[in-house]
Design a binder for this molecule. Structure first.
Ligand SMILES: [Zn+2]
Length: 237
């Protein structure tokens, strides 16, 4: 092994997402508290949730893994326990409350670490109506428009996120990360019919987390591998 192999992250990383319909809602409108100290002062992107997330319509949620309309990813008690037994996600999972502050048997995935901006050669990402100050919200999955004439359906393009030179120690220091890019539009203030909402990042997990999901045969889960590139010269030493 050469010394540069030591720089390689121990794990592959994947975008974690669900393919099933959202359940309930969570976040800003239900009494969750956010700290805006490190958020964009114009749109609120990257606001930090303080304490448990508050939710609505989740008291009878049966799925092991799902997202809410607010864009928050949730796990069942069973899946959280399996991850804990494997020694994973210890600093990434937090309690979920209803609007009255009652604890639900669910866990919210809320990593503390954030990856750098993905390289501009990443594909499947579209930008629209971004905050002019931070340009961090307003990311969307790119839709590939089909053709009725040729019987080609419209579909969501696969998301390929590419990263250059991310420090391996950093990548090995957590089982889950936020992306720098946030999806949807952030709104710091209520405007007309629009409520306060902070765009959410994607959640990136390592292959150890993926293995637990697969062992438990968690349904409607998608893992899209992220490309981690090292400096070109590290391959020649
Ligand atoms: Zn902003």
């Amino acid at each position: 092994m050469n010394k540069y192999n030591l720089m390689l992250p121990a794990c592959k990383l994947y975008i974690l997402s669900t393919t099933s319909a959202s359940v309930g809602d969570s976040g800003e409108p239900f009494g969750s508290i956010y700290n805006l100290e490190r958020a964009c002062p114009f749109c609120g992107t990257a606001a930090q949730l303080v304490g448990p997330i508050r939710s609505i319509g989740l008291s009878k949620a049966k799925k092991d893994f799902f997202d809410t309309l607010g864009g928050d990813l949730m796990l069942s008690e069973k899946l959280k326990q399996a991850l804990e037994d494997a020694g994973l996600m210890s600093n990434c999972l937090y309690p979920v409350h209803d609007t009255k502050g009652n604890v639900l048997p669910l866990y919210h995935i809320n990593p503390t670490l954030t990856l750098p901006k993905a390289h501009k050669d990443s594909t499947g990402l579209k930008k629209a109506d971004q905050c002019k100050n931070c340009k961090r919200d307003g990311h969307f999955n790119e839709a590939i428009i089909g053709s009725l004439e040729n019987d080609i359906p419209t579909y969501v393009a696969p998301l390929q996120l590419n990263y250059d030179n991310v420090d391996a120690d950093f990548l090995n220091s957590s089982d889950a990360f936020n992306t720098w890019e946030h999806f949807g539009i952030s709104r710091l203030k209520k405007e007309g019919n629009y409520v306060v909402h902070y765009a959410r990042p994607l959640i990136i997990v390592n292959e150890r987390v993926k293995a637990v999901f697969e062992k438990l045969k968690i349904k409607h889960t998608e893992f899209e591998e992220v490309t981690l590139r090292l400096p070109a010269d590290s391959f020649f030493n």
